[in-house]
Ligand binder design. Structure first.
Ligand code: CU
Length: 168
Protein backbone atom coordinates (compact mmCIF):
# COMPACT_ATOMS: atom_id res chain seq x y z
CA UNK A 1 0.00 0.00 0.00
CA UNK A 2 2.67 2.47 1.00
CA UNK A 3 4.86 1.36 -1.88
CA UNK A 4 2.08 1.98 -4.35
CA UNK A 5 1.55 5.44 -2.95
CA UNK A 6 5.23 6.19 -3.18
CA UNK A 7 5.36 5.07 -6.79
CA UNK A 8 2.31 7.16 -7.56
CA UNK A 9 3.99 10.20 -6.05
CA UNK A 10 7.40 9.68 -7.57
CA UNK A 11 6.48 8.54 -11.07
CA UNK A 12 5.26 11.91 -12.37
CA UNK A 13 8.31 13.51 -10.84
CA UNK A 14 10.66 11.12 -12.62
CA UNK A 15 8.84 11.62 -15.89
CA UNK A 16 9.01 15.35 -15.53
CA UNK A 17 12.66 15.47 -14.59
CA UNK A 18 14.04 12.59 -16.58
CA UNK A 19 16.83 12.91 -19.08
CA UNK A 20 16.37 16.05 -21.04
CA UNK A 21 13.96 15.57 -23.87
CA UNK A 22 13.67 11.84 -23.40
CA UNK A 23 9.95 11.59 -23.38
CA UNK A 24 8.43 8.26 -22.63
CA UNK A 25 5.34 8.67 -24.69
CA UNK A 26 6.48 8.07 -28.23
CA UNK A 27 3.13 6.69 -29.33
CA UNK A 28 2.63 10.04 -31.05
CA UNK A 29 4.99 8.72 -33.72
CA UNK A 30 2.78 5.74 -34.51
CA UNK A 31 0.95 7.57 -37.27
CA UNK A 32 0.74 10.80 -39.19
CA UNK A 33 4.47 11.39 -39.37
CA UNK A 34 7.05 11.87 -42.08
CA UNK A 35 10.19 9.77 -42.37
CA UNK A 36 13.52 10.82 -43.83
CA UNK A 37 16.76 8.95 -44.38
CA UNK A 38 19.47 11.42 -43.46
CA UNK A 39 23.26 11.31 -43.43
CA UNK A 40 25.48 13.42 -41.28
CA UNK A 41 28.35 13.72 -38.86
CA UNK A 42 27.97 13.51 -35.11
CA UNK A 43 28.68 16.92 -33.61
CA UNK A 44 27.94 16.10 -29.98
CA UNK A 45 26.93 13.03 -28.03
CA UNK A 46 24.14 13.35 -25.48
CA UNK A 47 25.05 13.61 -21.83
CA UNK A 48 23.12 13.83 -18.60
CA UNK A 49 25.14 16.88 -17.63
CA UNK A 50 25.02 19.10 -15.83
CA UNK A 51 23.97 20.76 -17.99
CA UNK A 52 22.22 17.99 -19.94
CA UNK A 53 23.13 17.92 -23.62
CA UNK A 54 21.29 16.53 -26.61
CA UNK A 55 22.70 14.44 -29.37
CA UNK A 56 23.68 16.86 -32.14
CA UNK A 57 24.27 15.88 -35.73
CA UNK A 58 25.48 18.05 -38.59
CA UNK A 59 23.08 16.70 -41.16
CA UNK A 60 23.03 16.88 -44.92
CA UNK A 61 20.42 18.83 -46.82
CA UNK A 62 16.96 17.20 -46.60
CA UNK A 63 15.44 18.47 -49.86
CA UNK A 64 12.04 16.82 -49.39
CA UNK A 65 11.46 18.03 -45.82
CA UNK A 66 7.78 18.77 -45.21
CA UNK A 67 7.02 21.87 -43.15
CA UNK A 68 4.10 22.96 -41.05
CA UNK A 69 1.97 23.71 -44.10
CA UNK A 70 2.13 20.06 -45.13
CA UNK A 71 4.24 20.93 -48.16
CA UNK A 72 7.96 20.86 -48.84
CA UNK A 73 9.57 23.84 -47.12
CA UNK A 74 10.64 26.54 -49.54
CA UNK A 75 13.49 28.67 -48.17
CA UNK A 76 13.81 32.33 -49.08
CA UNK A 77 16.79 31.56 -51.32
CA UNK A 78 14.79 28.94 -53.21
CA UNK A 79 16.39 25.92 -51.56
CA UNK A 80 13.75 23.28 -50.90
CA UNK A 81 13.45 21.42 -47.64
CA UNK A 82 15.70 21.64 -44.60
CA UNK A 83 19.16 22.95 -45.28
CA UNK A 84 22.19 21.24 -43.82
CA UNK A 85 22.68 22.33 -40.23
CA UNK A 86 23.89 21.25 -36.82
CA UNK A 87 20.67 20.10 -35.20
CA UNK A 88 19.79 18.73 -31.77
CA UNK A 89 18.03 15.39 -31.58
CA UNK A 90 16.62 15.15 -28.07
CA UNK A 91 14.58 12.04 -28.74
CA UNK A 92 15.95 8.65 -29.63
CA UNK A 93 13.76 5.69 -30.45
CA UNK A 94 13.94 2.48 -28.54
CA UNK A 95 16.89 0.41 -29.61
CA UNK A 96 18.92 3.31 -30.99
CA UNK A 97 22.43 2.90 -29.67
CA UNK A 98 25.19 5.45 -29.78
CA UNK A 99 27.66 3.09 -28.22
CA UNK A 100 31.13 3.29 -29.69
CA UNK A 101 30.30 6.50 -31.56
CA UNK A 102 32.17 9.77 -31.11
CA UNK A 103 31.91 13.30 -32.45
CA UNK A 104 33.21 13.35 -36.01
CA UNK A 105 31.77 9.92 -36.83
CA UNK A 106 29.62 9.64 -39.94
CA UNK A 107 26.15 8.17 -39.56
CA UNK A 108 22.97 7.54 -41.47
CA UNK A 109 19.76 7.82 -39.51
CA UNK A 110 16.02 7.67 -39.84
CA UNK A 111 14.31 10.86 -38.80
CA UNK A 112 10.62 10.81 -37.93
CA UNK A 113 8.85 14.14 -37.79
CA UNK A 114 5.40 14.71 -36.43
CA UNK A 115 3.73 18.08 -36.72
CA UNK A 116 1.62 18.65 -33.64
CA UNK A 117 -1.23 21.10 -33.59
CA UNK A 118 -2.10 23.12 -30.52
CA UNK A 119 -5.73 23.96 -29.72
CA UNK A 120 -5.10 27.41 -31.23
CA UNK A 121 -3.95 25.83 -34.49
CA UNK A 122 -0.25 26.49 -33.99
CA UNK A 123 1.83 23.69 -35.52
CA UNK A 124 5.14 22.68 -33.97
CA UNK A 125 7.37 19.77 -34.89
CA UNK A 126 8.43 16.92 -32.69
CA UNK A 127 11.16 14.73 -34.06
CA UNK A 128 12.68 11.40 -33.25
CA UNK A 129 15.72 9.47 -34.42
CA UNK A 130 14.17 6.04 -34.87
CA UNK A 131 17.25 4.27 -36.25
CA UNK A 132 20.91 5.13 -36.60
CA UNK A 133 23.85 3.30 -38.15
CA UNK A 134 27.50 4.24 -38.43
CA UNK A 135 28.91 4.87 -41.89
CA UNK A 136 32.48 4.04 -42.91
CA UNK A 137 34.99 6.81 -42.30
CA UNK A 138 35.44 7.32 -46.05
CA UNK A 139 31.70 7.70 -46.72
CA UNK A 140 30.97 10.84 -48.67
CA UNK A 141 29.09 13.46 -46.71
CA UNK A 142 28.28 16.79 -48.31
CA UNK A 143 26.73 19.79 -46.60
CA UNK A 144 25.98 21.46 -49.88
CA UNK A 145 22.37 22.60 -50.27
CA UNK A 146 20.97 21.66 -53.64
CA UNK A 147 18.95 24.33 -55.35
CA UNK A 148 15.88 23.61 -57.37
CA UNK A 149 12.92 21.39 -56.75
CA UNK A 150 13.70 18.05 -55.15
CA UNK A 151 11.24 16.33 -57.41
CA UNK A 152 9.23 17.62 -60.34
CA UNK A 153 5.77 18.72 -59.27
CA UNK A 154 3.36 15.82 -59.43
CA UNK A 155 0.51 17.92 -60.69
CA UNK A 156 1.86 20.47 -63.14
CA UNK A 157 -0.39 23.41 -63.75
CA UNK A 158 -2.83 22.26 -66.41
CA UNK A 159 -2.90 24.03 -69.74
CA UNK A 160 -5.71 26.53 -69.80
CA UNK A 161 -8.67 24.97 -71.53
CA UNK A 162 -9.15 26.39 -75.02
CA UNK A 163 -12.06 28.75 -75.23
CA UNK A 164 -14.93 27.00 -76.93
CA UNK A 165 -16.84 30.04 -77.94
CA UNK A 166 -14.41 31.06 -80.64
CA UNK A 167 -12.78 33.66 -78.42
CA UNK A 168 -13.40 37.35 -78.29
CU1 CU B 1 17.84 20.24 -39.31
Amino acid sequence: MRTALLVALILPFLQGCGEKGRQNDQAVFDEGFQTYQVRGIIAQLPSDGPPPEDLKIHHEHIPDFIGKTGEVVRNSDGTPGMKSMVMPFPELGEGVSLEGLAPGDKVVFTLKVKWLESPSGERTPRWLVSALEPLPADAEISFENKLGPATPPENPTPEPAPADDGGP
